[in-house]
Design a protein around this ligand. Structure first.
Ligand code: SAM
Length: 289
């Protein structure tokens, strides 16, 4: 189905402005990078490089791998014009489960529950194994993961402006009319976004991801003989509770005894911000669940 010009504009705005402006995890990477000071960073499933401006504050070499040639193309164009620190930035259009490079990195990033985009345990294990084989001896793999996106229950259409997502976006982003909806079907965790105006839907997009439980992820890390350390279950000062349903943690080789956890938590407390919230509790509070 071809989109009308106005529909296309709504979807372009969604991809370019809304999705690419999510900032809820910025403080995690800002803090981590300031503490660990990685000189080289590899992001698996990097999209357009949303996190690269943060990586650039420390790293001289940044590699992003993504399956989508369109996102990579946009990222390459953007960073040709916006590489203020002259870091070496490379986008590679390939599969995180099977890529091979003759290079190792100080930090490897799995952001925004990217492992949920892989369909089977075998794929997830391969992606983690591949990360390990590109990790420097003293390096870390940072994993931000939640088994369900936004909510662990199916929902009806929810206005973005009345949902947790509003906390993830800068105030300058126009979100009126945009809505999201969750649908859980077996192991499929489907997220729909649309732009709805006076009951007419101008644009709708579907992201199918797959449930990947935290226990399963931890099991995979141990199968690969990687140590892991859980940093938080949510981010922001509210994350210091045990209510969260995220795994925000670091994996490393067993002989890497250094842990940045203490320094990271100190910074979280100082920031006193509220960017991550427990998704289901948030929905219940809004009377949606
Ligand atoms: C939710 S986006 C996250 C983008 C980015 N990590 C961020 O934090 O903004 C998930 C990305 O994973 C990519 N992806 C999905 N499966 C992949 C695979 N097997 N190999 C590489 N990239 C993949 C998608 O193309 C998409 O850009």
């Amino acid at each position: 189905m071809s989109l009308s010009k106005s529909e296309y504009n709504k979807s372009a705005y969604f991809y370019d402005e809304i999705m690419n402006s999510f900032k809820m995890d910025f403080s995690l990477y800002e803090d981590l990078i300031e503490i660990v000071k990685p000189q080289s960073i590899l992001e698996l499933g990097c999209g357009m490089g949303r996190l690269f401006p943060i990586f650039m504050k420390e790293a001289k070499e940044i590699t992003g791998i993504d399956l989508s040639d369109e996102l990579i193309d946009k990222g390459e164009k953007y960073f040709k014009l916006n590489n203020v620190n002259n870091a070496k930035i490379e986008f590679i259009n390939t599969d995180m489960c099977s890529f091979k490079m003759n290079k190792k990195y100080d930090l490897i990033v799995f952001a925004l529950s990217v492992l949920k985009h892989l369909k089977t345990d075998r794929d997830r294990l391969e992606a983690l194994k591949n990360a390990k084989s590109h990790l420097n001896q003293e390096g870390f793999i940072v994993i931000d993961h939640t088994p369900f996106l936004y909510s662990s229950q199916s929902t009806d259409w929810i206005d973005v402006k009345n949902s947790l997502v509003v906390d993830w976006l800068p105030e300058s982003i126009v979100i009126d009319g945009y809505q999201w909806k969750k649908s859980i079907e077996g192991d499929k965790d489907i997220l729909l976004w649309r732009y709805n105006d006076s009951e007419k839907t101008h644009f709708e997009v579907k992201f199918t991801t797959y449930r990947y439980d935290i226990d399963n992820l931890i099991q995979h890390l141990s199968e690969l003989d990687l140590n892991h350390e859980l940093i938080l279950t949510e981010w922001g000062v509210n994350g210091l509770s045990n209510k969260g349903k995220r795994f925000i943690g670091l994996a490393s080789y067993p002989d890497n005894k250094y842990s940045p956890k203490h320094d990271l938590l100190e910074r979280v407390i100082k920031r006193n911000e509220r960017l991550w919230s427990d998704q289901d509790l948030y929905l219940e509070n809004k009377g949606v669940a």
